[in-house]
Design a protein around this ligand. Structure first.
Ligand SMILES: Nc1ncnc2c1ncn2[C@@H]1O[C@H](COP(=O)(O)OP(=O)(O)OP(=O)(O)O)[C@@H](O)[C@H]1O
Length: 611
């Protein structure tokens, strides 16, 4: 095919047009055209009608003389004469085939719709030699189309009056119509959402894959009603998405084929938010139940404790980040809960994360959550503790144990108040008050390069230092009484007396495990006691004169601190050294190192393990 022929694709050359071969007579051609069961005609290169067939005459009722030249225009509906002339002129100029729809008057005066199709026949010089046309009656189709259009128009008028989000889809799910309410709510134009795949324009980017999968698998393919939940970006709510329930209903034709989908959207945002809140609160309640002991009061009236409580009262109602410092078992978590309870967030979740108890590789996902498939083993999307604490308080216990990369992520949340789930690029903003606690010396960790300085300054907004029990020995009797009361009740026993000597011993003891250690001693004593006088085995406090304690006078402050930390860890881990719940893991040092330190510092691990 040469270039010229390309240009005239859809036209016939004289060689191809068997009816124009020189050896065929004009009469034969006319006979043939007359036998075509449709209005057919032939026109000269200038467009003037040369020969209309019999059906043309029969339909229009016009004679040959009347239609020759441009006389045929008499059969054209007045509204279509101008567009038809224009189209015909353009076609002749271009020398190309074309088609147009127009109403033509029947012999009885009734107009019907026709599809007029024209093709030129070219001579050897590629000039138009003739135009051949055929007019096909499409009135029934046009009528059906018009009915449908009117029906749809009526439907649109009705749906526009409905104060609900309504969208009409094609059987494939392409948007055909969006009602006024939906357009106003989303602020989008119908042109933004019409066409393939554009249905998701106002949807939350995180929901699109799921919606697409639910629509095409279960939904549109099955051709039965279905519904899904999606977040929709609404105009005028400051870039916020709202949860909508989308209900899809198919409209079927007489043969049961789906011709349209009607989708209604209902705002379910408050229900979803309430569900989320409930979920958070459930989490918090579960934590509360797990740690029922946390409902107890803060016992003690020593000056150092009163000072702490004064600070709690001052800072609790503010949204400031609080850093609680203190040795293990001094009541840091108790104080964190007291801060939450006295804040305006008290009705919302208090979420605790023990950074030391979670394997380092999982801590980021625990805090920020992850998407399904974000890493091996991430079989489900999981919300992180930050999201769970939204509106409430997040308590990061043992913050000094946070790995470096999580420290960076945490710093970002504190600065920008947003984060991404692992495996997602979509930022999530949360409203969380942070309370952190540590028994480590964070400034030393900063100096040693294991804790970020910028994060330290971020969390050290309002530090509260809990004194160790040995510095508030005057609280020991009241704490002892308090724990005896509690555990006697639990053990079904009645303790009436505490010996003077017992009290003195308790007050003199250094309590490296602080209040937790005291609590454990009382619990153990109550289990064993069978009289109404509080009795305990003195060997339980024998740590005081152990080799480690004896050495204290001569050891440097650093070694003393080390001994305290190791002893406290051993008490907490019930004397266990290795394993995930052992003292080595708790201190974040290898087992062998801990073993050799215990030996070199002369710590008696056996006397510490029993509690
Ligand atoms: N002032 C107090 N009155 C009554 N009970 C207390 C007091 N302080 C601490 N406790 C109790 O002592 C135990 C240890 O307290 P908590 O867990 O708050 O200490 P912590 O400093 O957070 O310990 P760790 O550093 O090991 O996490 C808890 O059972 C707590 O209820």
């Amino acid at each position: 095919m040469n270039a010229n022929e390309h240009e005239h694709r859809g036209t016939l050359t004289q060689e191809e047009n068997t009816f124009d071969e020189p050896n065929r007579s004009e009469a034969q051609l006319r006979t043939f055209i007359n036998s075509i069961p449709a209005s057919a005609w032939c026109a000269l290169p200038d467009g003037s009608l040369e020969f209309p067939n019999r059906q043309f005459h029969d339909y229009t009722g016009l004679s040959s003389e009347e239609v020759y030249g441009s006389g045929w225009e008499a059969a054209v509906h007045p509204d279509e004469i101008e567009p038809l002339r224009e189209w015909w002129r353009a076609l002749r100029q271009a020398g190309k085939s074309g088609e147009i729809e127009a109403r033509l008057r029947r012999f009885d005066g009734e107009y019907r719709w026709f599809l007029i199709r024209v093709a030129p026949v070219l001579d050897e010089q590629s000039h138009v030699a003739r135009w051949y046309g055929i007019n096909t009656d499409i009135d029934d189709r046009k009528f059906a189309e018009e009915n449908l259009r009117q029906d749809e128009q009526k439907f649109h008028t009705i749906t526009d009056a409905i104060s609900q989000y309504v969208v009409v889809l094609s059987p494939d799910g392409d948007v055909l119509y969006v009602n006024r309410v939906a357009l106003e709510l989303t602020g989008i134009e119908i042109t933004d959402v019409s066409g393939k795949g554009a249905f998701a324009t106002p949807f939350h980017p995180e929901d699109i894959d799921r919606v697409q999968a639910e629509r095409s698998s279960a939904g549109l393919r099955e051709e039965v009603p279905f519904e899904l939940e999606v977040r929709v970006l609404l105009k005028g709510v400051d870039g916020q998405y709202r949860w909508y329930l989308m209900q899809y209903n198919p409209l079927k034709d007489d043969e049961g084929r789906t011709v349209r989908w009607y989708v209604t959207g209902t705002n379910i945002d408050s229900r979803k938010k309430a569900e989320e809140r409930l979920h958070n609160e459930n989490l918090a309640l579960r934590e509360e139940i797990d740690r029922a002991s946390m409902f107890e009061e803060i016992v003690g009236s020593s000056k150092p404790l009163r000072q702490v409580l004064k600070q709690v009262e001052k800072v609790a109602p503010s949204d400031s980040t609080v850093l609680i410092l203190g040795e293990t078992g001094t009541g840091k978590e108790l104080i964190a809960r007291a801060l939450h309870r006295r804040s305006s967030r008290s009705a919302r979740a208090f979420i605790r994360v023990n950074c030391a108890a979670i394997p380092q590789s999982l801590i980021a996902s625990e805090l920020f959550g992850h998407e399904k498939g974000a890493f091996t083993g991430a079989l489900q999307r999981r919300l992180g503790r930050f999201e769970a604490a939204d509106g409430g308080t997040l308590f990061l216990d043992e913050i000094g144990d946070l790995p470096m990369e999580t420290q960076i992520a945490l710093l970002r949340v504190l600065q920008e108040r947003e984060f991404e789930r692992i495996g997602s690029h979509h930022p999530i903003s949360v409203d969380v008050r942070l309370i952190a606690a540590t028994n480590r010396d964070l400034s030393a960790a900063v100096a040693a390069g294991t804790f970020r300085e910028d994060l330290f300054y971020r969390i050290n907004v309002f530090p509260i230092e809990l004194p160790p029990l040995r510095e508030r020995a005057e609280d020991v009797p009241v704490l002892l009484e308090y724990f005896i009361g509690r555990y006697a009740k639990k053990a079904g026993k009645n303790i009436r007396h505490i010996g003077k000597h017992t009290l003195e011993q308790f007050k003199a003891y250094s309590w490296p495990g602080n209040i937790r250690e005291l609590q454990n001693v009382v619990e153990r004593a109550l289990i064993l006691s069978d009289t109404d006088t509080f009795f305990f085995d003195e060997s339980w406090l024998k740590r005081q004169p152990t080799a480690s304690s004896k050495l204290r006078g001569t050891l440097s402050a650093l070694a003393e601190r080390e001994i305290e930390m190791i002893e406290a860890a051993l008490i907490e881990c019930h004397g266990r050294i290795s394993g995930p719940s052992g003292a080595a893991a708790k201190l974040g040092i290898p087992r062998q190192t801990l073993e050799s330190k215990i030996k070199s510092l002369g710590i008696n691990k056996h006397s510490l393990g029993g509690l």
